[in-house]
Design a protein around this ligand. Structure first.
Ligand SMILES: Nc1nc2c(ncn2[C@@H]2O[C@H](COP(=O)(O)OP(=O)(O)OP(=O)(O)O)[C@@H](O)[C@H]2O)c(=O)[nH]1
Ligand SMILES: [Mg+2]
Length: 262
């Protein structure tokens, strides 16, 4: 839709085109979710920046970065493009997926739409396959209320094995609780037990065979189960990103020698 550096305005971080990690930040937090769930609205509310928002999908094309301070600590917040999956069928999906896997954020907020939870939970499960450091943010609670939709936050949290927080980002509702929860995930106070998809026996056997070799190659820094699944998919884009990451020996998303890794 022709989103350009100029059209993004001064609020959007230049990181969309040039990655600039805030050196004083203690933690890096990623914002993921389906298109149109309010990620950029949340990003703007927390950072005071002006990332593109609107009620059409696909506004955030590449990732943007800002920061916020909570209880004296600085958090770098990364607004990822909206995606329905992380299987890298599009640039947006690849940007989001690579950031979650190779950028190794300290916590990931998955923003879901309270009015169509079922569709959104597919992505939540995919994110949980990559990282356990997740907070699910059930946004648009005001819309859900208007439509008489009730969301059982406690049961959802119990089923997913990660904290779930209800918000209406446009009105600032629930943001304090969200920040508290994200802080506790980032500093390791909250340990999650994410719901992991179990595949057919033959696939699980292949994962078991592949994982030790992957761990030998990448150590504990990346999720070997998820990498095994992608290798079984023969996903060349993951292999390419992993090669880049290992060659640079650092987080994807970091600026190395003037080059952006994703
Ligand atoms: N009613 C209501 N509307 C919201 C809320 N949060 C966001 N919106 C609206 O939802 C629309 C989409 O919000 P965005 O923040 O652009 O969504 P996004 O997830 O960044 O979308 P993509 O960048 O396309 O992935 C905008 O019109 C927002 O004003 C909320 O809590 N309640
Ligand atoms: Mg957006």
């Amino acid at each position: 839709m022709g989103l350009t550096y100029q059209s993004c305005g001064s609020g959007v971080n230049k990181e969309v085109f040039l990655n600039r990690s805030s050196p004083e930040a203690q933690y890096v937090i990623a914002l993921a979710g389906n298109p149109n769930t309010g990620k950029s609205t949340l990003f703007n509310a927390l950072t005071g920046l002006n990332q593109h928002t609107g009620n059409w999908p696909g506004k955030t094309v590449l990732r943007a970065e800002g920061k916020y301070v909570f209880q004296g600590l600085v958090y770098n917040l990364i607004d990822l493009p909206g995606t329905y999956s992380l299987l890298a069928h599009s640039t947006e999906e690849q940007v989001a997926r690579d950031y979650l896997c190779f950028g190794k954020p300290d916590a990931t907020i998955v923003v879901v739409d309270a009015t169509c939870l079922e569709r959104n939970l597919n992505l939540v499960l995919q994110v949980l396959e990559i990282t356990a450091r997740v907070v699910v943010c059930v946004n648009l609670m005001d819309e859900a209320k208007r439509k008489n939709i009730e969301v059982d936050i406690y049961s959802l949290s119990a089923e997913l094995g990660v904290p779930v927080v209800a918000t209406a980002a446009r009105d600032g509702m629930g943001l304090e609780t969200l920040l508290q929860t994200v802080a506790r995930i980032a500093d390791g106070t909250i340990k999650t037990t994410p719901c992991i998809v179990n595949y057919d026996e033959v696939i699980e056997q292949c994962i078991t065979k592949l994982e030790p070799t992957i761990k030998e190659l990448v150590g504990e820094q990346f999720n070997s189960r998820w990498l095994a699944l992608r290798l079984l998919d023969r996903d060349q884009t993951v292999i390419n990103s992993l090669k880049k990451c290992l060659a640079k020996g650092t987080r994807v998303g970091a600026m190395v020698g003037g080059e952006i890794l994703v």
